[in-house]
Design a protein around this ligand. Structure first.
Ligand code: HEC
Ligand code: HEC
Ligand code: HEC
Ligand code: HEC
Ligand code: HEC
Ligand SMILES: [Ca+2]
Ligand SMILES: [Ca+2]
Ligand SMILES: [Ca+2]
Length: 375
C-alpha cells in the first residue's frame, strides 16, 4: 500500500514535470526573440525611412515636420505627443525631426505602455485599450464629417461655396473605420443611425489580433488553427480570398450579384461616383472626375466621363463645390482611402455611401431601388 502511494506520487511528479517542460518550451517558441522581431520590423512600412510619410518635409526650410503633422509622421513627434520626451503629454509641443521612423522605442516606452485612449478628428476620445490605443492614435485620420458641416456653414445645399475646398479624411485611418459611429469620422446624415465599433468575432477584434505589430502583416494563426480566417470562414485559405468573404450574402450594390463585401463596397462607390458626376454636370454645369492622386477631384474638361491626359493635374482641380457635393466627396474618399474598410467595418462604409447616394437622388434623376442599406 505504502509502496503504491509512493509510485503514484513519483508518477504524478514526473507527469507534472513533463507538463511544465512542455509548457515552458511552448512559451519559448511563441515569444519571439528581439532579433526575429527586428527582422520583421525592418521589412515593414513603419521602418521605411524613404517613404513619403517620413520625407515629405525634407525640402522645407528648416526641414522639420510641423506640429500638426508630427504625431504620426515622426517617431520623435510621437514621443513628444506621449510626453515621453519630458514635455506635456497628449500634445505635440514642437516641430519634429524628418526621417524619423516608427522605431522600437516609439511603441516600447513607459508612456506608451500606459496609453489606453485614442482621440479622433471629430473630438471623440475612445478607450481602445493597450496596445491598440497606440495604433489608433496614428491610424485615426485627420478629418471628419464635422469638418464638412463647418465648411458648409450657412450655404444652401446646392449653393456654390466661395473659395470652397473638399474636406478629406486623410490616409490609413483604419481605427476611424473600425470605430464607426463611435468615432463619427464619416459624414453622417441627420436622422440616420450608424453602426458603431465592428466587433467582428472573438480573437479578431483588436488591431494586433489581426496585424503582427512588427511586420504589420496579418497573423497566420488562430489558436491552434494555422489559418486565422478559415477557423470561421471555411472557404478562406489565404489573402487572395479575403475580398470574397460575405457573411450577410446581400447584393448591396444592386448589380444582381452577391459578391464579397469588398466588391459590394466598390460597387456602391461606383454608383455614388456616377451620381456625383451626374449632379456636377446637370446642377453645376461642371463635369467632374476622380483620379487616385492629390487633390483627387478634377474637371472633366472634355466631358467624356473619363480621365484623359492633362485632366488629372493640380491646376485642373475641381472647384465648383456645394455642401451636398462635399458631403458625398467626403464619404467617397473615406471608403476609397481605407482599402481594408470591408474588413475594418464594412457596414459603416456601406451606410455612408448609401446615404450619400440617397442625398444626391433628391436632386438628380437616379434609380436607387436595387440598393440595400445594411442596418
Ligand atoms: C493622425 C495621424 C496623422 C496626422 C496628424 C497626419 N497624418 Fe499624414 N498620414 C498618416 C498616415 C498613417 C499615413 C500613411 C498612409 C500610407 O499608408 O502610406 C499618412 C500619409 C500622408 C502622406 C502620404 C500620402 C501618400 O500618398 O503616400 C502625406 C503627404 C501626408 N500624410 C501629409 C500629412 C500632412 C501635411 C499632415 C499635417 C497637416 C499630416 N499628414 C498629418 C497619418 C497622419
Ligand atoms: C508599432 C508599435 C511597435 C513597434 C514600432 C515595435 N513594437 Fe515590439 N511590440 C509591439 C506590441 C503591440 C507588442 C505585443 C505586446 C502586447 O501584446 O502587449 C510587441 C512585442 C514585442 C516583443 C515581445 C515578443 C512578441 O512577439 O510578443 C519584443 C521582443 C519586441 N516587441 C521588440 C521590439 C523591437 C526590438 C522593435 C524594433 C525593432 C519593436 N518591438 C518595435 C509594438 C511595437
Ligand atoms: C507614431 C504613429 C504610428 C503608430 C503608433 C502606428 N502606426 Fe502604423 N503607420 C504609421 C505611418 C506613418 C505609416 C505609413 C508608413 C509608410 O508609408 O511607410 C503606417 C503604416 C502602417 C501599415 C501599412 C499601411 C499600408 O498602407 O501598407 C499598417 C498595416 C499599420 N501601420 C498598422 C499599425 C498597427 C497595427 C499599429 C499598432 C500596433 C500601428 N500601425 C501603429 C504610423 C503609425
Ligand atoms: C479582422 C482582422 C483585422 C483587424 C481587427 C484590423 N485589421 Fe487592419 N487590415 C486587415 C487586413 C486583412 C488588411 C489588408 C486588406 C486588403 O488589402 O484587402 C488590413 C489593412 C490595414 C491597413 C492598410 C490599409 C489602410 O487602411 O490604409 C492599415 C493601416 C490597418 N489595416 C490598420 C489597422 C488598425 C490600426 C487596426 C485596429 C484599429 C486594424 N487594422 C484592425 C485586417 C484587420
Ligand atoms: C472567430 C471567428 C472569425 C474569424 C477568425 C474571422 N471572422 Fe470574419 N466574421 C466572423 C463573423 C461571426 C462575422 C459576422 C459579423 C457581423 O456581421 O457582426 C464575420 C464577418 C466578416 C466579414 C464581413 C462580412 C459581411 O457580410 O459583412 C468579412 C469581410 C470577414 N469576416 C473577413 C474575415 C477575414 C478576412 C478574416 C481573417 C483575417 C476573418 N474574417 C476572421 C467570424 C470570424
Ligand atoms: Ca508633448
Ligand atoms: Ca452586388
Ligand atoms: Ca475626360
Amino acid at each position: 500500500m505504502k509502496n503504491r502511494t509512493f509510485i503514484l506520487s513519483i508518477l504524478f511528479i514526473v507527469a507534472a514535470l513533463a507538463g511544465w517542460y512542455i509548457y515552458v518550451a511552448r512559451q519559448a517558441a511563441e515569444a519571439r526573440s528581439v532579433q526575429e522581431v527586428s527582422v520583421d520590423w525592418w521589412g515593414s512600412a513603419h521602418a521605411d525611412a524613404s517613404a513619403e510619410s517620413f520625407t515629405h518635409w525634407n525640402e522645407d526650410e528648416p526641414p522639420l515636420v510641423p506640429v500638426n503633422c508630427a504625431k504620426c509622421h515622426s517617431g520623435d513627434g510621437f514621443l513628444d505627443f506621449l510626453g515621453q520626451d519630458g514635455s506635456a503629454g497628449l500634445a505635440v509641443d514642437a516641430p519634429a525631426a524628418v526621417n524619423s521612423v516608427i522605431s522600437c522605442e516609439v511603441c516600447h516606452n513607459e508612456k506608451a505602455d500606459m496609453l489606453q485612449v485614442a482621440s479622433f478628428p471629430s473630438g471623440a476620445q475612445i478607450s481602445m485599450g493597450n496596445p491598440d490605443a497606440l495604433c489608433g492614435s496614428c491610424h485615426s485620420g485627420t478629418g471628419a464629417g464635422a469638418d464638412v458641416k463647418a465648411a458648409a456653414g450657412d450655404y444652401g445645399d446646392d449653393e456654390l461655396i466661395a473659395e470652397g475646398a473638399f474636406a478629406a479624411p486623410h490616409y490609413a485611418f483604419a481605427a476611424a473605420t473600425q470605430m464607426g459611429a463611435e468615432a463619427e469620422s464619416g459624414f453622417q446624415y441627420e436622422g440616420k443611425s450608424y453602426t458603431g465599433r465592428f466587433l467582428h468575432a472573438n480573437g479578431v477584434q483588436t488591431c494586433t489580433q489581426c496585424h503582427d505589430p512588427h511586420s504589420l502583416h496579418i497573423r497566420q494563426n488562430y489558436g491552434d488553427d494555422d489559418n486565422l480566417c478559415a477557423a470561421c470562414h471555411s472557404n478562406v485559405t489565404g489573402y487572395s480570398d479575403y475580398r470574397d468573404v460575405t457573411v450577410s450574402k446581400v447584393d448591396y450594390d444592386g448589380n444582381g450579384q452577391v459578391k464579397g463585401i469588398y466588391y459590394e463596397i466598390e460597387g456602391m462607390r461606383g454608383v455614388l461616383y456616377r451620381a456625383m458626376q451626374q449632379y456636377a454636370s446637370s446642377r453645376l454645369s461642371q463635369p467632374l472626375l476622380w483620379a487616385d492622386q492629390y487633390p483627387y477631384w478634377f474637371n472633366d474638361s472634355n466631358a467624356n466621363g473619363k480621365v484623359d491626359e492633362g485632366e488629372a493635374v493640380f491646376a485642373n482641380q475641381f472647384k465648383s463645390i456645394t455642401p451636398r457635393l462635399m458631403r458625398a466627396a467626403f464619404n467617397f474618399q473615406f471608403s476609397a482611402k481605407d482599402e481594408a474598410g470591408y474588413l475594418h467595418n464594412g457596414d459603416y462604409m456601406l451606410q455612408l455611401l448609401y446615404d450619400s447616394i440617397e442625398d444626391l437622388a433628391q436632386v438628380v434623376e437616379l434609380d436607387t431601388s436595387g440598393l440595400v442599406r445594411p442596418d
